[in-house]
Design a binder for this molecule. Structure first.
Ligand code: MN
Length: 456
């Protein structure tokens, strides 16, 4: 990967790279942060990233869509669509064997300017969907230290601007930051943290690694070092004793207050539904630093999350499956499954029953996973029509169905109840040994360039 050597270790470098490859859409008119910016972005979802050059009342441009196209993301990481998650999985394995610890430097671009007054409402933070409760920071990397062990954690959370110096946020169950917070809160203490906005893709990917890839005792920012090809640089906070990302565009410093909850939401979530309004965790902001000429980075909840959080979940599932189940040839967390509710596993079946083992192992990659479909290695897992064909002609509901009732599911998925969801596995592979009736029709391979064909 070696993003640092390719000048992709900060967002400016990435934007230049996109522009050079003709992979960037530029919106030149001034747009409104409230609803209009995202309304335009939505029309380009899944295509090229969009740079809003002028935002009403702001100096900084806003970038959205950096992660919503897997082909473009693969180009940034120097690999291909199919290989991207496996390459990320390889980086996680390399990091687990010999971690490259981040280094703390005295100053960096992210604190070139220290804002005199803390006022979040003056920043180019978009108001996304029509029923959202306010302006939302949705691409900020939250860094904190475990009050018990001092180990650093990096993770991404949604946070609503609830006042000039106040954010309300979701700390969903099972996240390491929530465990850190609960340890601090039990002692009546606040949890200091930084929020780095506008990080490079290596830091972004490191921050969304699921717990099955980066356990709580390990600092996942080391994965960013692995992807960059050099130790990631961090800088100490001005007002809090935690580091932020030196190359970020902005750093917000603050603390999660103990025993305090306030209104947060609704927010347009990755599922295509609104996360409900409720009393949630509160961050008191103490300082804001930034680059002299920053780019504000936001993401559109949808394909961007499927292609990033889902991609890392896919990488985690691939690592587990290739270690534990013989014959696994590929995994894809489909977009129809919101990037992490449906895993499609491709397997070269060497014995009967092995597809069922693959289902069970895949479920252990992330608790959010709801469906697993296992297909033979002659099926294109990236093509929903092929997967449906395998379901329609190979899946036998009598013998191929696996149900795990009322396991821990994903609380953002509206089909769960009180965090519980039933998981379902489909063995859509042919019986082993393969009966002749399952032989797939093949036709002659031809080179169309040799023929005169009138397509009109
Ligand atoms: Mn962690």
């Amino acid at each position: 990967m070696k993003l640092a050597q390719r000048n992709l270790s900060d967002l400016q470098g990435v934007v230049d790279f996109l522009a050079k490859n003709n992979d960037l859409i530029r919106v030149r008119n001034p747009v409104d942060l409230k609803h209009e910016l995202v309304g335009i972005a939505k029309r380009f979802e899944g295509q090229k990233p969009v740079l809003f050059e002028k935002v009403k009342g702001q100096k900084a441009p806003v970038l959205i869509g950096l992660l919503w196209n897997r082909e473009i993301l693969a180009r940034i990481f120097g690999t291909t669509f199919e290989n991207l998650s496996y390459a990320l999985a390889g980086a996680v394995t390399a990091w687990q064997r010999s971690p490259i610890e981040p280094v703390v430097v005295s100053a960096g671009p992210a604190n070139e300017v220290v804002e005199k007054e803390v006022d979040l409402t003056r920043f180019p933070i978009p108001w996304h969907a029509l029923k959202d409760g306010g302006m939302y920071i949705d691409s900020g990397v939250f860094i904190a230290r475990d009050p018990a062990t001092g180990v650093r954690n990096a993770s991404i959370h949604r946070a609503m601007v609830a006042g000039k110096d106040k954010l309300t946020m979701l700390l969903d169950l099972g996240r390491h930051l929530r465990s850190y917070y609960e340890r601090a809160e039990a002692k009546g203490k606040a949890l200091p943290l930084t929020i780095s906005i506008g990080v490079d893709p290596a830091v972004y990917m490191a921050s969304i690694i699921p717990a099955s890839g980066a356990p709580m005792e390990m600092d996942e920012l080391g994965i960013a070092s692995e992807l960059l090809g050099e130790p990631l640089k961090l800088i100490k906070g001005k007002k809090v004793n935690v580091e932020g990302v030196a190359n970020a565009q902005y750093i917000i410093e603050g603390e999660l207050l103990p025993k305090v909850r306030d209104w947060e939401g609704p927010f347009a979530e990755l599922t295509g539904y609104y996360g409900a309004r409720d009393k949630r965790w509160v961050v008191k902001v103490k300082a804001i630093t930034r680059r002299r000429n920053p780019i504000y980075h936001t993401i559109l909840a949808g394909k961007e999350i499927w292609n990033s959080v889902g991609l890392l979940a896919e990488a985690a599932a691939f690592r587990l499956l290739s270690n534990l189940v013989p014959g696994v040839a590929g995994v894809y967390f489909s977009h129809g499954g919101c990037g992490f509710y449906h895993a499609i596993v491709r397997i070269k079946k060497g014995r009967e029953g092995i597809a069922k083992n693959a289902i069970v192992v895949a479920f252990s990659s992330i608790p959010a996973l709801k469906m697993v479909t296992v297909v033979d290695d002659d099926v294109d897992i990236y093509n929903p029509e092929e997967v449906e064909w395998a379901m329609a002609t190979r899946f036998n509901p009598d013998t191929g169905l696996v149900l795990i009732k009322d396991a821990v599911g994903h609380e953002l998925n509206p089909s769960t109840r009180a965090g519980l969801g039933t998981k379902i596995g489909f063995d859509a592979t042919v019986p082993f040994p393969k009966e002749t009736k399952f032989e797939r029709v093949r036709t002659k391979e031809v080179d169309l360039s040799k023929y005169k064909i009138d397509r009109a």
